[in-house]
Write a protein that binds this ligand. Sequence first.
Ligand code: SF4
Length: 697
Amino acid sequence: KNLQHDGEKLITTHCCYCGMQCGMHIRVNEKTGKVVGVEPRYDWPVTLGKLCPKGVTAYQTVDHPERITKPLIKKNGKFVESSWTEALDLIEKNFKELQAKHGKDALSVFGGVSMTNEKCYLVGKYARVALGTRYVDYNGRFCMSSAAGGFMKTLGIDRGSTLPWPELEHTDCFFMAGSNTAECHPTTIQWLWKARDKGAKMIVADPRETPTARIADVHLDLKAGTDSALANGLMHLIVKEGYVDEEYVNERCNNYEELKTSVEKFTPEYTSKITGVSVGKLVKAAHIFGRSPRSVVMFARGVEQQSKGVDNVCLYTSMALLRGQIGKFASGVATFTGQGNGQGGREHGQKADALPGYRKIDNPDHVNYVSGVWGIDPAEMPKAGVSAYEMFDEIQKGNIRAMHVICSNPAVSAPNNHYIWDGFKKLDFMVVSDFFLSETAEFADVVLPATTWAEDEGTTTNLEGRVIRIRKVKDPIGDSKTDWEIMKLIAERMGKGSYFNYDNVPQIFEEFRIASKGGKADYSGMTYERIENEDGLFWPCPSEDHPGTPTMFQETFGTPDGKANLAAVDWQEPNENPSDAYPHILTTGRVVFHYLSGTQTRRTDFLMEQCPEPYAEMHPHLASKYALQDGDTVFLETKRGSMSVKARITKAIREDHVFIPYHWGKELSVNKLTNPALDPTSRMPEFKVCAVKLKKA
Ligand code: SF4
């Protein structure tokens, strides 16, 4: 196809939004240097030229009129444009004074994973070396943390997919739980269609009949918060019907006897009672899954954003293990990464307890290694901090006094919004780096203008674990700077500039390659040249002659004994259940036209025309109890907050559930209502289940 337009150049890169990281070319006007459009990249093997509405319009944010182009300082409650010198003077003064008064840990950093690997790596180093604080965590805590925790427990390594995406075409069965793939990762659907053309079956577990569930052979319409019961019930049938790959399980897995005991009570009748899924559907799903020679178990936030999210991941992963499906062609287990670099962003040390290469901050050998790379005394390495939501507990206790939020919008995306907003107000000093004035930035004392993905280069790691090149399309707008330059400037002000002596992005990449060497996520064999020449490389890639690892766990798992750990875990109720006062279940999620907290997509005209506001999706039977018609305003309330939105009445949802998408802020933010009950391992909040009451407004 001829994609070239007269008077324009094409720059090859990837979409800035979800973990698919679809291949695209950005069109740049050669005279003006402005970004004017995109063309799909037909030769990108993961997405074959497909883009969703967000990807097609992503370029429109680059030169958007609402971009922040100069540092902003809040004076008398209003933002005033300033110079970089004035903004940095203020940051230095406040950071130093607060640390002198309250200690190093008075400062905190809240990172994000819509950034390149290079920037994500630098966030952890910036917090621990430049600011010297233990308090660093990131928005991936609300996204991928339960998948990470579950994969670590069962498989010993957390890579979001054990197989490369093009192999999906050759799969016989897709078991998809808590993933509305057709809307949230739309360019995956082509692989499912290709496989279905060859006879593959699809089983979808979701409380809603989403566009994904609508095309399934079996839709398991479970009650939100009952995934562990569903997985145990299906494994009960897999064991009972003789579908277990005994040879694989005996050779490659631990805990089989414990699992058999644990699933014994999950008869179809018992499972049906908990989940609300009919016995017939359970049996049909187990037969399809059990008889498929090749199957892939896939899941996403519906499963993971629960206070037992790690259990859910362990159990669904165990389903794949029982069938002997992990480490083989066109089979395996995968989670759909929400954020663009949700995979890479969780590997390089911006988590409260992690160091680059998926090393642990409480492991002295790991601390010694990374300290050596950074050139610091290991004794100077701060201890583990706390998770993203728990940082707001530390604000309430007066321990955290200042926060630097980088490329993240927790004012919308964190649960229990009122608590988050109150935390921001209590801070003595707050800095935000972003390219739009997000709801979070509005709380800040200083807003630093950051660049978009098109104004910097680097790498990201897509949902398969494939490391890819992001290319610079144009120079930064106005006085904006890249996040790595901003961290470097503040490090210099804090007297730590010698540790951030980078002139360009490749220098940061070279350092983090070494920092990851020998860790669970080993990038040390990768170079920009290799990634470009080979059009992406899968980690682990421990040496420059290593081909990378498209298929994980072919011989051994990442656990100490090399065996996978089957999960023998009972179902536990969600933290909050319907009661007389709050009789229904509220669940949240995404729509195809918006990305995460909506900071970018709410500023894109076409996407707002398609979906301008949130709505409460509910079944006609539930609506009729409250005399609600489609389009009426409904008032919803949980123990934490309330909101009013329009009712959207549809049979495509369980009668006892209400669904609201979460891409809007302030009065339209459903996260005012969501429950911050945390998973004990991943510290993931329970976004997906809480008790709600409603009435006609
Ligand atoms: Fe692809 Fe995701 Fe971008 Fe859509 S949002 S174009 S699926 S990367």
